[in-house]
Ligand binder design. Sequence first.
Ligand code: LRH
Ligand code: MN
Ligand code: MN
Length: 388
Amino acid sequence: MSILRDDVLAELEAQAIELPSWAFGNSGTRFKVFGTAGTPRDPYEKIADAAQVNRYTALAPTVALHIPWDKVPDYADLRRHAESLGVKLGTINSNTFQEDAYKFGSLTHEDPKVRRQAIDHHLECIDIMDETGSRDLKIWLADGSNYPGQADIRGRQDRLHESLQEIYARLGDEQRLVLEYKFFEPAFYHTDVPDWGTSYAQTAALGEKAMVCLDTGHHAPGTNIEFIVMQLLRLGKLGSFDFNSRFYADDDLIVGAADPYQLFRIVFEVIRGGGLNNPDVAFMLDQCHNVEDKIPGQIRSVLNVQEMTARALLVDHEALRAAQLSHDVLEANRVFMDAFQTDVRPALAEWRESRGLPADPMRAYLDSGYFERIADERVGGVQASWGA
Ligand code: LRH
Ligand code: MN
Ligand code: MN
């Protein structure tokens, strides 16, 4: 008998993790971006690579786009391309952080002309969503300032609200806006949406179709992220995750690589709060593979999430609750740790095979010859990179 009960397997079978198109392009630090063989040259090739991840894991049925990085002349055609490869287009990410006009802000800018440009960009993103069939518009703003006194931080909140209101008004009935927060970078003194409280306040002021996006790499070291997850789920405002892991700042490393226990604790609160396989909560990756191969990096990522979900589903809630009620501190902690320390890998491998999937998706991909083929075929043209 497998250690994974049928109810656990049913949850795992329904699990879906969205991949970021930009994870397949080249990325790096401000010091160097290393090129790699076979790197996609356009959004079509990025989606083809993302489809490989889904093919071997059945965990990644959608791909998020970033505009303008993934700008194409015909989004309906891009959608058909994705669907022909067994995946769908997901969240549309706006981008107001790479144009000179936005040096001092976008949706919060003092100058109405710049705000107009930024709002129009978001309206264009919603037009794209109509064509791609996407539900979510994800907004992350680089807006902020570097020096105390440089900006009217209060006025910027008011302008942010006004700008968001105009964008919100354009959303269709089935569409949503998710507002991502980040405590610093690129601004080093203040950021206009630095924390979940600000994102909550701004989205609550808009209405039900506006939710918070929690990027796991966007908190100060030591932050209890699972507490935020619990609170946002309680408030019905957790719209999506950007999963990644970090050692220092916004490192965008493979989820579960730096602190698997933290990922376990986050997923535990997701389950506790009814967020697992809940259509209101989107699970996305937001990662960059600077030195490792990209498709295997994404395969490892979705498997890490699956593995930690399986472990979190194994927590014996009855025993945990009993220990909590009797204030048996050590027993409660033992029950929790017991699930975390369970090795679910053999049971997951067996279960995959029973569903016609490879027991080891990474091995199956590496043996498939796909990488050798794209390394051969994708010569000429310009490799896609984070930011292009
Ligand atoms: C900002 C961020 C945001 C962007 C992405 C490329 O740090 O997390 O989600 O869209 O990186
Ligand atoms: Mn993010
Ligand atoms: Mn980030």
